[in-house]
Design a protein around this ligand. Structure first.
Ligand code: CP
Ligand code: NVA
Length: 309
């Protein structure tokens, strides 16, 4: 059987997402009861980081351990990647030792090259273009809170970045109603929106709206998501971005414009007082801490799907 990768959310077909989230929910409940698992017994997963991480690093390492496997963490700084060893060579070598490779890197083409050259499953732990593990966790969090995923209205406020792109892909794949508010010059890739809209037309469900006014995006939304204004690799643009994103803070006044009972997501790390107010992230509308915890459970379900016994 051909190996399966998890490079973007579409790597898992729409029909399989419900059972994947069910499995994540079971793993979460069983973990609370102390049930132990061995699906990855005898298996090793390489975790490759070309960018910093707290959640992805720890949730994958703990997740592999809790499934009975072993994780090897490789950061570019401590490895030959920083000295320019090609990703193609790294892929072939790691695939000789490990049963799967998770990578966090810059261009999505590096993830795809790794997947092409490694004959073991590859998981995208964030690229400049996508963050599928995070949005998989976000939607599990939504499902836990609201009892459903489709049928809700979603708003994205902020940069048209990797997180926004994975939300757009989710909207296309699952037929979600998604409104994005991004400043001019920081909007998501138009071809990605067109592809997701075409997927929605084929499904007969969902919509994607792009506006510049955050109040328009959140009007009637049950779920509001945001992220930092300058992503990893964009540190030099941070000051210019603070000016461009003025007015895009998810604060109490903005949340008040959303549907009653609306909830707020942020993938973290967050900058209180920039893209989100302290009162919102630490307040009753926030699902942020559950969202972060759910990375562990959803990634265990993905690992089982790709390399489980
Ligand atoms: N949300 C997320 O991916 O966090 P880290 O950068 O800490 O892994
Ligand atoms: N958009 C952010 C997400 C961090 C988890 C970044 O790429 O830095």
């Amino acid at each position: 059987m051909a190996k399966q990768d998890f490079l973007t959310l579409s790597s898992v077909p729409a029909k399989d997402w419900g059972s994947l989230w069910d499995r994540a929910a079971t793993l979460k409940a069983e973990r609370r009861r102390g049930v132990r698992h061995q699906a990855l017994a005898g298996k090793t997963v390489a975790l490759v980081f070309e960018k910093s991480s707290t959640r992805t690093r720890v949730s994958f390492e703990v997740g592999v351990y809790e499934l009975g496997g072993h994780a090897v963490v490789l950061s570019s700084a401590g490895s030959q990647l920083a000295r320019g060893e090609p990703i193609e060579d790294t892929a072939r070598v790691l695939a000789g030792y490990c049963h799967a490779i998770m990578i966090r890197t810059f261009g999505q083409e590096r993830v795809e090259t790794l997947a092409r050259m490694a004959d073991v499953p590859v998981i995208n732990g964030l690229s400049d273009q996508h963050h599928p593990c995070q949005v998989a966790s976000d939607l599990l969090t939504v499902r836990e809170h609201f009892g459903e995923v489709a049928g809700l209205r979603y708003a994205w406020v902020g940069d048209g970045n990797n997180m926004a792109a994975s939300w757009i892909e989710a909207a296309g794949l699952l037929g979600l109603e998604l409104a994005l508010a991004c400043p001019e010059g920081y909007q998501p890739d138009a071809s990605m929106i067109a592809a997701a809209r075409a997927a929605q037309t084929a499904l007969g469900r969902g919509s994607i709206t792009l506006v510049t006014d955050p109040r328009r995006a959140v009007a009637g939304a049950q779920v509001i998501s945001t992220d930092v204004w300058a992503s990893m690799g964009q540190e030099a643009e941070a000051l210019a971005r603070q000016t461009a994103f003025a007015g895009y803070c998810v604060d109490e006044a903005l949340v008040a414009q959303a549907a009653p009972g609306a909830r707020v997501l942020h993938c973290l790390p967050a900058h209180r007082g920039e893209e989100i107010s302290g009162g919102v992230i630490d307040g009753p509308a926030s699902l942020v801490w559950t969202q972060a915890e759910n990375r562990l459970h959803v990634q265990k379900a993905i690992l089982e799907r790709l390399i489980g016994a």
